[in-house]
Design a protein around this ligand. Structure first.
Ligand code: ZN
Ligand code: ZN
Length: 278
């Protein structure tokens, strides 16, 4: 499978001259295999993905982790929604009292957006998931609720023997007195265990995290410790803080490499980066 990062910024699209290396578009990852297209989250990166989509593909699957605005802000600008040739399946969690389709209609309605969901020319199918297992063509997907404000799932995506895990907004250290300690009690562990690639929230420095406990994000240090606990082969640090320049991200990363004992591959997510798994 081929995996492409279309956006790895968190919280707010933040283009600018100091962010040209890692990019300013918010969360969007494409996983593709022959004619299957799976998209994790509809952040602002999904706009460029929609413009580059393989013309042979007519069915698209968008898997939302949650409905914070940085993960859906690009949906209205996703060109396949405006072409009747496409069938688009949207997966995601419901709210505690509101269905997924109702939550999506809030975004696709004035004053937030001029076009309503029912007016989009593509054929759209909504699938509510929670702690679920399901298949999309040859892919096996697992979703589970993870630690983040509001109903939020992470995803494990398997094809043959390859595993990709996507946990863009995740605070597994919340409430843990000695994080990470017991993996069976750790949020997200079942999804990330032994993954070939783990995309994981690494928004803050350790110092920043101390005043942002409970906001739903991880320090880069906790993210690396979570990757180590999960015994992943490669970790892609993700959901970069919108205020961080390329230079600040590289400094954060170097400090963590210096102080943490890391025995697996860890890299910073970069927009337009491509990974290939057998
Ligand atoms: Zn986010
Ligand atoms: Zn969020």
């Amino acid at each position: 499978m081929k995996i492409t990062i279309w956006g790895c910024r968190g919280s707010l699209p933040s283009p600018g001259p100091t962010k040209t290396k890692f990019g300013g578009n918010t969360a969007c990852i494409e996983v593709q295999n022959e004619k299957t297209c799976i998209i994790f989250d509809g952040g602002s990166g999904i706009q460029n993905l929609g413009l580059a989509i393989d013309p042979e593909i007519s069915e698209i699957n968008i898997l939302l982790t949650h409905l914070h605005i940085d993960h859906i802000i690009g949906l209205g600008y996703f060109q396949p929604f405006y072409n009747p040739k496409y069938t688009v399946n949207i997966y995601g969690p419901a709210g505690s009292t509101v269905s997924l389709i109702e939550r999506l209609r809030r975004y696709f309605s004035p004053p937030f957006f001029p076009v309503r969901l029912k007016e989009l020319p593509a054929s759209i199918h909504i699938h509510e998931i929670d702690n679920s297992s399901f298949e999309i063509d040859d892919f096996i997907l697992k979703s589970e609720y993870i630690c983040h404000p509001g109903p939020t799932v992470g995803y494990r995506c398997e094809l043959n023997d390859s595993v990709v895990t996507y946990l863009p907004d995740h605070e597994p250290a919340l409430g843990a007195s000695h994080f990470p300690e017991l993996n069976e009690w750790c949020s997200g562990f079942n999804l990330s265990k032994d993954a070939d690639i783990l995309f994981h929230d690494a928004q803050y420095t350790e110092g920043e995290y101390q005043s942002r406990v409970g906001w739903g994000h991880s320090s880069m240090t906790d993210a690396i410790r979570f990757g180590s606990l999960s015994k992943v082969k490669k970790m892609v640090l993700f959901h970069h803080d919108p205020s961080n320049s390329d230079a600040q991200l590289e400094t954060m990363f170097k400090e963590n490499l210096r102080k943490e004992h890391i025995d697996f591959e860890v890299i910073l997510g970069v927009e337009n980066q491509v990974f290939n798994l057998a």
